[in-house]
Design a protein around this ligand. Structure first.
Ligand code: HEM
Length: 457
């Protein structure tokens, strides 16, 4: 049902007709979200002819099931994704294919099992409480909530994955990561024209220094941990599990390059994505006094004990899931067809590019009621179970689904509840909030908010 006057959070207005190649290239550089035409949000499968290949935008649940699940072996990650992931992450779980992927996934699965993730509740609360102390000292002031969220998600990783710390300054590390995403995240003419990935892309010279910085940090972390393992005094965190991880089928361990790539993968995949989810959640709540009050009331009631906390924060979690619907941090997934296939009655040729964009799927007119409206009640427990499969994919689906999804959801839910309970957070009067996609979907100019400590009952 359409309700007049319901405000919609900011998003580019889709162009009515199809864009020409030059227009696509300009928009890809400026903000890939501006490329999605109106028909993509309306039609199940759209075909696009690019200079050297056909692209299919697939937003029909059964076709998505075929690409990402039933026939997933026919649809490995495509050259653009591989190029983006190749700088340092090439041998990590996010990027490898075939047998190496199977071995790594089996070995790494226990690191993110539900019980392990539950055991991180206290670490996540600690990180949130530290931020409460830090913000309380500031008095009533305006801060960039987006920057603060990138720091806290990094802090959570240091408390859970690398409990010895990352051996460097968190702020410096966080800026290096943002710069890294900014360069590798741009999709340009060379990508769309199918120019091989060994041809360097603009700006990639700058990446070398950033990669050397990351490698230095990671090598230090691993060396320190090997020393502690040898002395049998290593902490029981994800890094210890990673260094000891064995594939249960073959008994194989990860080699040192795979370990390094996976550390960088966890740091990058688990950092900006969750930070952006939190940033959008705070923005959306700033626009909705009703949901702010509901999150706060629940937080007052439930935060007194950590046991099973994430499962009890159902309102905070619904807000996080609705933020992930409207602003999915991974806005588009892409694959390449190895062999010909049929998606419904649409013929897909070899080497076709398949794009499944959670950003489009989550706002698809044929799937969602009031698709552009912020309404977390869609994700309250009773309603959530009625959402059809393959229509809500912030974490992907099928064999390559996000290994860190429970970790991320739990972390974002707890941090949101703790901060809303303790602070009044109002959008700054001069804030200019706009979504932009740079590998992850973030706010273009941070999120300036006026915060002040709440008098708690
Ligand atoms: C809100 C936060 C997050 C979002 C939205 C997100 C989203 C995604 C998506 C969409 C994929 C699938 C990509 C594809 O199919 O092409 C993925 C894969 C992955 N994610 Fe996440 N992620 C998040 C948090 C995390 C965290 C916290 C970690 C680890 C600490 C993580 C590690 C990974 C890894 C290793 C993969 C590759 C899995 C595989 O290919 O087997 N992610 N993520």
């Amino acid at each position: 049902m359409l309700h007049r006057n319901e405000p919609c959070p900011p998003a580019p207005v889709p162009p009515q007709g199809r864009l020409g190649l030059v227009d696509i290239l300009i928009r890809l550089k400026r903000n890939p979200l501006e490329c999605w035409s109106e028909d993509f949000f309306r039609d199940p499968i759209c075909k696009l002819r690019l200079p050297f290949l056909d692209a299919f935008l697939v937003h029909e649940p059964q076709a998505i099931k075929r690409v990402l699940m039933d026939n997933a072996k026919n649809y490995p990650k495509d050259a653009i994704q591989r190029r983006i992931l190749s700088s340092g992450l090439a041998d990590g779980l996010l990027s490898v294919e075939g047998e190496r992927w199977e071995i790594q996934r089996r070995a790494l699965a226990p690191l993110f099992a539900r019980r392990t993730v539950n055991s991180f509740t206290r670490a996540m609360l600690t990180a949130a409480d530290e931020l409460v102390v830090k913000w309380s000292k500031l008095g009533a002031t305006t801060i960039d909530v987006a920057a603060e969220m990138t720091l806290i998600t990094l802090r959570v990783l240091t408390l859970t994955i690398f409990s010895d710390g990352i051996g460097g300054d968190l702020g410096e590390f966080s800026s290096a990561m943002t710069a890294y995403f900014d360069v590798v995240g741009r999709i340009g003419a060379l990508d769309l024209l199918g120019v091989p990935t060994f041809v360097p892309r603009p700006g990639h010279g700058r990446l070398r220094r950033t990669m050397a910085y990351f490698e230095g940090i990671i090598d230090r972390i691993v060396q320190m941990r090997h020393e502690r393992l040898a002395r049998e005094e290593a902490p029981d965190d994800l890094l210890t599990l990673l260094l000891k991880a064995l594939d249960p089928s073959t008994g194989q361990r990860l080699d040192s390059t795979e370990i390094r790539s996976n550390i960088l993968t966890f740091l990058s995949a688990g950092h900006e994505t969750t930070a952006n989810t939190l940033t959008w959640s705070f923005f959306l709540l700033s626009q909705s006094p009703e949901w702010r009050a509901r999150v706060r009331e629940e937080a007052e009631r439930e935060l007194s004990s950590p046991d099973g906390l994430a499962d009890r924060l159902v309102v905070a979690r619904a807000v996080v899931e609705e933020a992930l619907r409207l602003y999915p941090p991974i806005a588009a997934l892409s694959r390449s067809a190895l062999e010909r296939d049929l998606l419904g009655d649409v013929k897909v040729g070899r080497r076709s590019l398949i794009v499944i964009a959670p950003y489009v799927l989550h706002r698809h007119r044929a799937i969602w009621d009031r698709p552009n409206v912020f309404d977390p009640s869609r994700f309250l427990p009773e309603a959530r179970s009625t959402i059809p499969r393959f229509t809500y994919l912030p974490f992907g689906i099928g064999p390559r689904t996000c290994i860190g999804s429970s970790f991320a959801l739990q972390e974002a839910t707890i941090i949101l509840a703790v901060l809303i309970r303790n602070f009044d957070m109002r959008l700054s009067a001069d804030a200019d909030v706009w979504p932009v996609q740079r590998i992850t979907l973030r706010t273009a100019k941070g999120l300036p908010m006026r915060i002040s400590r709440r008098e708690r009952p």
